[in-house]
Write a protein that binds this ligand. Sequence first.
Ligand code: NI
Length: 337
Amino acid sequence: MSVSSRSLSPAELERFETHGYLSPLPALTPGELARCQAGLQGLIKRIGPALDPPTRHKPHLCFQWASDLVRHPAILDVVADLLGDDLLVWRSVLFAKPPRDPRYVAWHQDWAYWGLNCDDVVTAWVALTESNRENGCVRVVAGSHRQAELPHTIQAGSKNQLVRGQIASVRVPEESVTDLVLAAGQLSVHHVRLLHGSRGNASERPRIGLAIRYLATRVKQRGPRQSASLVRGADRYGHFDHEPAPRFDYDPVALAWHAKSLRRYGAELLWEALMRPTPRNLISFGRMMTNRGMLRAALHAVRSWAGGPRISTGGSQASPPACSSDEAAPEDRSQPN
Ligand code: NI
């Protein structure tokens, strides 16, 4: 693993702290972008332009181009400047909007429903096509990460691309919105508490990006134990099982971890609904289960639990950053599983 080279300037670090995002930042060379796009084209031929689950989730466990992308030194250098040098990729998600796709991402704060114990979490959104106002780029409300957590409700209708179908209960005046316009190969980074969303694709061309969720290794997640990929530094905490990088596309070893990871995700959603059976969670769970892939994942989770669940005891902290870089680390652990 290489060591971070401090790619962000003090002014950029201050801007991230104040506004909760940085955009645009350079990431991929034209050759690297072409390789990712070739990989995407293969995937689109296989599963269609909307890139629906399961491959939409954690493609970095299925394809070498995506595995290399989440480990790209230019991206890791930026994230390391924000979170430190010990980094996990918790999840990655392909957000694809085919031409004239009305699906949007409702305004939301990731923090409100990710079940993490502190906010040392950053999303790097890498544009694999141009991402602009017309085709539905990510939109943010600058500075909203510094405000209190907003209540979220479940939105009726099926055009919201968010898995849980949630939307923040807030009116967002257009003048407070910043569009994160990116050329293909550029990236933006945003804070886990930042209010963000996106519109549908009104253009004749697809808009595709990979959202990569990076965690500092000290972050814990409530609910069933999950897996993540260590992409820089060392993990002195062992809060997540470590996934292997695929040695080639559809590497059966990494694919087994991908399948397991999806089942664990299903278990997490089920756990969320059962632990806090609020109307919102139950509606959200019902909505998710209309997706066959998620239904299979949840059913598998139930079967796994019947055979001996592994539930972590992360507590129920919902309030701000409980962890910091000087939190005592447990002794080094060998990789579980
Ligand atoms: Ni989000």
